[in-house]
Write a protein that binds this ligand. Structure first.
Ligand code: KG4
Ligand code: ZN
Length: 336
């Protein structure tokens, strides 16, 4: 099978409308993300119907812009990859339908991509070229998921642990709401925490000492709620720093333990929360201490984007000759 020269990637599983063009398997030629976050901020979270309508409004424009920026014509595309799950069904349908329509019109293959696998492929883009090579343990940590995934090969995934309730990003967003920080609160909490004292409040470190590799963040969020009721004048920066210290401590402990238990030498951290500076600063030295190399995608490729979707699609097409029928339906609850 010859290498697809240009893959168009489309991502619309939540509130980011994203389009990218990849040359071959790893050369990113254009990558655009339109974040709807501001539109949803006033509701305190993503409103599916608002997201669908805005994907529909933005996607054709964004595809044209991406092609222009890449300096190629639409006829040069040789593969179309779009996220088909997990995510919100309406938003997924918009991206999937656009992708299928373009593939049908151009008579090129279409492939549906699992968003979670896409996050893992984000680490394959960028320097050094061998950064993402399996085998490795992956920590997929975002607004919708927190999982530890053993990756012996691309395409082979064993989930060894996952959150039993809220995802880490979801807990950060909900905690931010309590402090009056607009959705999504993760980046603002990241910055705020640098000004606070992370030892000011001793929040629990849920499941840190429990055997196994599962997580739980819902109780931590409740602990903040009770703390703020009792101490309404607590400094927001101290709350942010202390909360983040708990989240980071649990993520570091579980992911290093899992990497060691499964005897991997690499840990790959992906998803929106992988952009967190405190997590990055804590994980790297801890990995080094245990002979584990820790990799993160560039900040732009941690949060939702279509470059990672194109990368996963191109990989499966090239190595497995895989493509999907145009009848492929959205899969809102898709797992790895
Ligand atoms: O991967 P992503 O863009 O979407 C999902 O697939 O969920 O992740 C979004 C999540 C949000 O919860 C957001 O608050 C969080 O990632 N996030 C961060 C940072 N940047 C984004 N959390 C902590 N620190 C950051 N710098
Ligand atoms: Zn995501």
């Amino acid at each position: 099978m010859s290498c697809p020269s240009y893959t168009l990637g489309i991502e619309t599983s939540c509130d980011e409308t994203a389009v990218a063009i990849l040359e071959g398997e790893t050369t990113l030629v254009a990558n655009f993300v339109y974040s709807q976050a501001e539109l949803h901020a006033r509701y305190g979270g993503v409103v599916p119907e608002v997201a669908s309508r805005n994907h529909l409004r933005m996607l054709p424009y964004l595809i044209r812009e991406t092609l222009t920026h890449a300096g190629i014509s639409i006829n040069q595309l040789s593969l179309v990859a779009a996220t088909y799950g997990p995510g919100l069904v309406g938003p997924l349908l918009v991206g999937l339908s656009h992708g299928k329509g373009i593939a049908f019109g151009l008579d090129v293959p279409f492939i549906g991509v699992n968003h979670l696998e896409g996050h893992i492929f984000a680490n394959r883009l960028g320097e050094p070229a061998d950064r993402g090579s399996p085998p490795f343990m992956a920590l997929v940590v975002s607004g919708g998921h927190t999982s530890l995934v053993a990756v012996p090969e691309y395409g082979e995934y064993q989930v060894v642990g996952a959150t039993v309730d809220d995802a880490a990003g979801e807990a950060l967003d909900k905690m931010g709401k309590m402090l009056g920080i607009a959705y999504p609160a993760g980046p603002a909490i990241d910055r705020l925490a640098y000004r606070g004292d992370h030892t000011a409040i001793r929040f629990p470190r849920p499941m840190e000492a429990a055997p196994g590799f599962d997580f739980s963040f819902a109780g931590l969020k409740t602990a903040v709620l009770y703390h703020l009721r009792k101490y309404p004048n607590e400094k927001p920066e101290d709350v942010a720093a202390s909360f983040l210290a708990s989240v980071v401590s649990v993520l570091v402990k579980k992911s290093i333990d899992a990497t060691r238990r499964y005897r991997f030498e690499r840990l790959v951290v992906v998803g929106g929360v992988a952009a967190n500076c405190h997590l990055r600063e804590a994980l790297v030295p801890c990995g080094t201490e245990h002979g584990i190399k820790v990799f993160f995608p560039s900040l732009k490729l941690c949060t939702d984007n279509a470059a990672m979707i194109a990368a996963a699609g191109a990989f499966h097409f090239l190595h497995e000759g895989k493509s999907d029928p145009l009848s492929l339906a959205p899969a809102p609850s898709l797992g790895l």
